[in-house]
Design a protein around this ligand. Structure first.
Ligand SMILES: Nc1ncnc2c1ncn2[C@@H]1O[C@H](COP(=O)(O)OP(=O)(O)O)[C@@H](O)[C@H]1O
Ligand SMILES: [Mg+2]
Length: 462
């Protein structure tokens, strides 16, 4: 999963948890608040009722410590109209009177008895069951409890309130969640952008492109970017010094090599008829020539890599250039017993350095011959596509293993199957640099029948 997606998921989970807690807290406090309000209201009502009942009692049951059944019924008849469902019990918790059809309550005697007993001791008590509140309060007269008043209050309105609040909360939570998604996407994009850039630059470093990062701010990522830049600079410096070293060594090798070659040629002439010595000098000559070629290639490569090699770009007839080069390569093809077939479209023009392009083609032919068996065929074709000249060199040789097809452009890299032929492994690196300098491309593929196909593309000019 991408960092950005992870971030959004974390953010949303946190939002969900927060919303859940806030929702539960809001619902709870609204519920408590409304129950408190109802409680206050019921206390007020019961106080009022108590006042009325005690006055009636004073008038009707003079001197008695008990509320008479008649008074209780009378009170219920009057107060029931105002307060809804009420009941009056005597001190022994016996129902004396009840308003309307409420003689049988939905509440069992046991449950009810609890609050009635509490009221008998002189306290308010209530109980909420099946969305109905049962509120019991003592009726006192001159300091004595003369009965118990119970007010039965439907709580359905609290439920309606709660469901209303829940609706509003749900809509709010939904809007909040959508907003959070948008915000988290925005923040994730902002946070991951510099990280993505770092990854991109690290990738560039892997491909030896050392463009430093632009750095703003001083947070951890900026610090990392700074370290990155320092690392890139050091790598670049190291590579530069390594190239310089190779270049210097090659230069130093050139002079003694020329001397060795000179002396060995002199020796060859002077030996006369001694076959053992002749053979030794032949090898001396051969090896010094090989070494000289290697040194030349290393020098060329280091000049190109350090940008010291000069390119002279001109408009060129690429068709003619290829044809002439094929002409020059004929002798070598014969030496390797290779049949060379060409199919060249005329009048293909490119902008390029003639000498360098010849070097490219010579190198490619050289490989095609070297890595092919005798009496095989090498085909060359040049054609035009809309914006490109396409040169293909197809051989029937040993081919290049798939995993090596990019690596063979590296300096000194040689595929496993080519190790028996002693060579330097620098040709294709030089070729690649030259092709790059011409804004072209080069690719190696394999045909089903085996062998290698080199596809070289250069931009056309008209
Ligand atoms: N036409 C080809 N057929 C098979 N292998 C090739 C061919 N061209 C290049 N290669 C592989 O690519 C490697 C690098 O080529 P190059 O840089 O020209 O080095 P060299 O020719 O000195 O070995 C070769 O060693 C060989 O393994
Ligand atoms: Mg080569």
């Amino acid at each position: 999963m991408k960092l950005k997606e992870k971030f959004i998921i974390y953010y949303l989970s946190a939002t969900f948890v927060i919303l859940l807690f806030v929702g539960i807290a809001v619902l709870n406090s609204i519920k408590n608040l409304s129950i408190n309000t109802i409680e206050q209201q019921l206390i007020g009502q019961s106080n009022l009722a108590e006042l009325y009942i005690s006055q009636l009692h004073a008038i009707q049951n003079e001197g008695s410590n008990e509320l008479s059944d008649e008074t209780a019924k009378y009170v219920i008849g009057k107060l029931g109209l105002v307060f809804g469902n009420i009941r009056i019990y005597d001190n022994d918790l016996r129902l004396q009177a009840a308003s309307k059809n409420n003689t049988e309550s939905s509440i069992t005697d046991m449950e009810n008895a609890e609050i009635l007993r509490a009221a008998a001791k002189g306290n308010y008590a209530y109980l909420v069951k099946d969305s109905t509140a049962f509120f019991a309060s003592p009726i006192t007269f001159e300091g004595n409890t003369i009965g118990i008043l119970e007010i039965i209050y439907p709580m359905s309105f609290v439920e309606r309130l709660m469901s209303g609040v829940l609706n509003i909360l749900s809509i709010g939570a939904f809007i909040f969640a959508v907003l959070m998604i948008l915000i988290s996407i925005f923040i994730a994009a902002r946070l991951t952008k510099p990280i993505n850039r770092l990854a991109e630059v690290a990738n560039n470093y892997a491909n030896r492109i050392f463009t430093p990062l632009e750095i703003k701010g001083s947070d951890e990522i900026s610090q990392l970017a700074r370290s990155f830049n320092a690392m890139g600079a050091q790598l670049q410096d190291y590579i530069q010094r390594q190239k310089q070293f190779v270049s210097n060594v090659s230069h130093e090798l050139r002079t003694p090599l020329t001397a060795i070659k000179g002396y060995s040629e002199f020796l060859a002439e002077e030996i006369g008829d001694r076959p053992d010595l002749k053979k030794a000098v032949f090898h001396l000559n051969n090896e010094s020539e090989r070494l000289a070629k290697l040194v030349d290639e290393v020098l060329t490569l280091s000049r190109i890599e350090t940008g010291r090699e000069e390119f002279h770009f001109d408009k060129l007839n690429f068709s003619d250039l290829v044809k002439d080069t094929i002409e020059k390569m004929m002798l070598r093809a014969q030496k390797y017993e290779i049949r060379l077939i060409s199919d060249i479209t005329s009048e293909v023009y490119v902008r390029g350095d003639e000498e360098k392009l010849v070097q490219v083609i010579v190198n490619l032919f050289d490989n095609a011959f070297k890595y092919s068996p005798p009496r095989s065929t090498v085909k060359v074709s040049l054609r035009k596509e809309t914006t490109e000249a396409i040169l293909m060199i197809i051989d029937q040789g040993i081919g290049i293993p798939e995993e090596d097809r990019l690596k063979v452009f590296d300096r000194f890299y040689r595929a496993e199957n080519a190790r028996s032929i002693s060579e330097t492994g620098l040709g294709l690196s030089i070729v690649k640099h030259i092709v790059d300098a011409h804004s072209g491309s080069i690719r190696l593929t394999e045909r089903v029948e085996g062998g290698t196909t080199v596809i070289l593309k250069l931009p056309l000019v008209d």
